[in-house]
Design a protein around this ligand. Sequence first.
Ligand SMILES: Cc1cc2nc3c(=O)[nH]c(=O)nc-3n(C[C@H](O)[C@H](O)[C@H](O)COP(=O)(O)OP(=O)(O)OC[C@H]3O[C@@H](n4cnc5c(N)ncnc54)[C@H](O)[C@@H]3O)c2cc1C
Length: 1073
Amino acid sequence: MISLPENLFHVAAVSELRATPASMSVSGIIHASQCSLAKARSIVSLCRHPHVPVLFSTRWKHSDTRRYKAVIFDMGGVLIPDPATLVAEWELKNCLQPGWIWKTILTGENCIAWERCMLGELTFEQFVENQTSDIIKPCLQAISHLNDQIPATREAIQCIRAEGLQTALLTNNFWFKDQSFLPVEKVDFDVIVESCREGISKPNPGIYKLCLERLKVNPEESIFLDDSGQNLKPAAHLGMRTIKVGDIDTAIQELEAMLGFPLRGYVHDTQAVRKDMEIPTDRLKEYLQTTLGLNLTEPLTLRQFIHGQSNPTYHVQSGDQQLVLRKKPPGKLLQSAHAVEREYRVMKALSAMGLPVPRTLAICEDPSVLGTSFYLMEYCPGRVFKDPTLPGLTASQRKDIYTAMNHVLCQIHQVDIHAAGLEDYGKYGNYIKRQVCTWTKQYRASETHNIPAMEQLIKWLPNNLPTHEKTTLVHGDFRLDNLVFHADKPEVLAVLDWELSTLGDPISDVACNCLAHHLPPDFPILKGMNDLNLMEFGIPTDLEYLTLYCDNMGINPVENWNFYMAFSFFRVTAILQGIYKRSLQGQASSAKAEIAGKLAEKIAELAWMFAVREGFRKFKSIPTRSPSPPLRKYSTWNRQSSSAATFLSASSLDDLSRHMVSVPKGHLIISPEGLPAQVQELYHKLTVFMDKYIYPQEQELMDHQRAENRWIPNPRMEELKREAKANGLWNLFLPLKTDPEVKYGAGLTNLEFAHLCEVMGRSLHAPEAFNCSAPDTGNMEILVKYGTETQKEQWLLPLLDGKIRSCFAMTEPQVASSDATNIKASIVEEGDTYILNGHKWWTSGAMDPRCKLCVFMGKTDPQAHRHRQQSMILVSMDTPGINVVRPLSVYGMEDPPGGHGELIFKNVRVPKENILLGPGRGFEIAQGRLGPGRMHHCMRLIGYADRALQLMKERVKTRVAFGRPLAEQGTIMADIANSRVEIEQARLLVLKAAHLMDTVSDKEAASEISMIKLVAPNMALHVIDRAIQAFGAAGLGSDYPLAQFFGWARALRLADGPDEVHRAVVAKLELKR
Ligand SMILES: Cc1cc2nc3c(=O)[nH]c(=O)nc-3n(C[C@H](O)[C@H](O)[C@H](O)COP(=O)(O)OP(=O)(O)OC[C@H]3O[C@@H](n4cnc5c(N)ncnc54)[C@H](O)[C@@H]3O)c2cc1C
């Protein structure tokens, strides 16, 4: 039964969905659950689906007598004809003494062989082969052909399952033709226990217990039917109710009496009429005869459709005549609730326009007939697909089904609402706005805890509403399982479930239709297919489906599709949250309530993911680069000067041009004002974000790093991450070159990101907030470049989402690791795995509890060429054998919670497929990894330096020594000037390196990358040191970020290669020129 709060919950929502002037005025009065015909599930009513335990009360709550949870059937003589009958007929036909065959089989050697056959030790063929009597053999073979299921028991099973009880098959059977002998519909059973598979047979009590265990029921909660008294005894002994099956009809009657509901007259998707939903059949019969003029000679039988309990729907049958009746529920109802009249109206109108809807027959608004208003329509048999993956169909059949669904949706949206007389069926325009408002209210009314993604959506949706909304008839809950298809053809016979129909934005129907595309297959409310290779299945992706829709409708592509998906999942979340709240208030167990709560959070995150995508899409659609080159003020043309060459001979000139650093194409953007418009917008957003969220919280974030709980990630940082994501300031680092389809990142070039990276560098805490911090950035880049799809799924996506963190383990205490060929750790192949051994240190990020992935470098082949010995492999941090020994510190700074760990890898087994790119390719990957990473370090260092200079300027203007402000002291002025000069120089060089990486290649930019890695840390050290000096003692303390800046700038003269190594690279390349 639906409780009152549940009804109230749906009221405003449904009235808004319909948005009729009448219902709008009575918010809080309409039941949202719907039903029509054989299928009646709205998103709302879906949430009360039987497979979601938390979400609704069990169907049997209305009856105290229903204590049974499962019915267990024997096979021979119960589900299929009794072999004994067949044998008896055989004996008669062959003039054998009655009982002779069984007696022969069940005595002596034969009996043992028969038992072994039941236990699966002998096949049926072997058993028959061993028979000495040639008369028995053909008889036994005839038994194996017994494969007609008894219709009466099959129907009883369907009735039992429709009432929510489980069914099981418990049989003594055998192996026959390489399969177990099981000539029944397996889908009819929740559990099948076969003696030949289990190696145990009836009447051994063990097999009954096994069956009960798998059903998860107590013996007293089950009924067992068998035709052998011997097999019933142990069942009864265990406490199961038993029925001895002789005559099938009698047994079914007995079972009916025990269960308390009918086991005949099954109609797909129906159950026995619920006690509180019964209707007087005599009055109905009279109505049908007088109003519809039906000649009803046979008695009326009624069954109730399973879904749609708030507006009960009945299958009415008399002989061959079948109808569907849908009515308002009994009891006191608020006016205009359960508007069956609206459904009748829309279906009637559509039917007249030739749309596939069940034909309506009559509406009766006189409560004296059946207690409440009701209407009648034709029963429309056909196929209803509950599983969107369409199991059992071929790829091309699936495609046809989806095409037919798309076609019928277009038909609905193309209905001329005036011609159909539906012009007052809802409001015009602003449908989505009103919907967002309604569902926000619903959500707030049932809010139990903070769901961050919902908060973001509540802010985001109203600001991103569609600007051009069309108004058409909308179905409101258009899904595959609301359609009845022709039994053989891909043709929609009827669209059901019109309760949420109104006038509104048609794209919302398309988005609702595509919910399953993004849900997991085990999603309890609506089976999803996000794990499927849709192409293989012949099912269009959501975008293909949308394109088909737009083509069919003759409209332009829907650019803000992500918005509609975000909105659709937002709506689902609001519904789930309502259910969660009710489950907390009701009797649901806390575990079950928790499931509903978690679902709400998960769906909110999914909705938010679409919102983020939409943010990126909008950002990218802002008009980009101006056609004319930017002003000189903002950019510089990068040309190689040839003046020096005039002093050289012609041949050395040739030589020079051959060895010249590649000349980049395009212009070098040297300040943010020269950036393309959309990057400028990002830049602006970023600076606002830094001012609003980062700088004000710096002190607190720093204090946490010194607190006792410093190794636990700071929740404040998680909040910052959410806020950054909400602002589209997320994963900006991933270069367009690496991710050309902009699948994972924001599609910025290295040069564009460099400008943003400098801003992030102004605070030590900022890069993580934007998911742009090392070593994750480098690791994500190698996963994008070299990872397999599975590796991407497992590691890249959660890293991109900021849910996990990672580390990179190369450096070792025992060897000079600045020369990577020295790395000693071993990666040894053994069967399907590699075994890792090694001692690593300075592994940044390894201390973080969120660190789940380690990119490990070691030798796979110590005999190979020195640059082919090393490999990189992905290691899950929870693999046995990894021991994090201690955190290391830089000038006493531990950099928690990531830290820099010392780690021992002892016999760590890693699946072979975790190797990146292949054995011996470690160097190659390292080169790919380090280019952008070094540029990021350097731009951040420029950020440190610029901030230090800014702080220094502020300080010296206000501090007075020896009679005048420090700013007026000559040495201080010189320090300021030198700092500005050095920052500008370093920045230009780093930008040039980034530009070369974009326009030529990382490899050809090798010299510049080494130059910046040499220049930037040293420059930053000088600038920061001057600032510290100007600050006096305060500069060394923790009230300002200067000391920390200094420490990390110093570390970067070593990390990612010491200065000397980079100097050597530059020199070697220079000498080659
Ligand atoms: C804060 C921090 C974080 C780090 N994070 C990581 C990480 O996440 N993962 C990781 O694997 N490693 C990391 N490291 C380690 C770093 O990469 C190594 O320290 C660096 O590569 C140098 O290796 P090494 O310490 O073994 O020094 P060594 O190789 O022993 O070198 C010591 C010194 O020898 C000199 N030298 C070396 N080569 C030459 C040359 N050609 N000419 C002249 N002199 C030379 C230099 O002065 C050099 O500093 C990190 C280091 C720091 C400080």
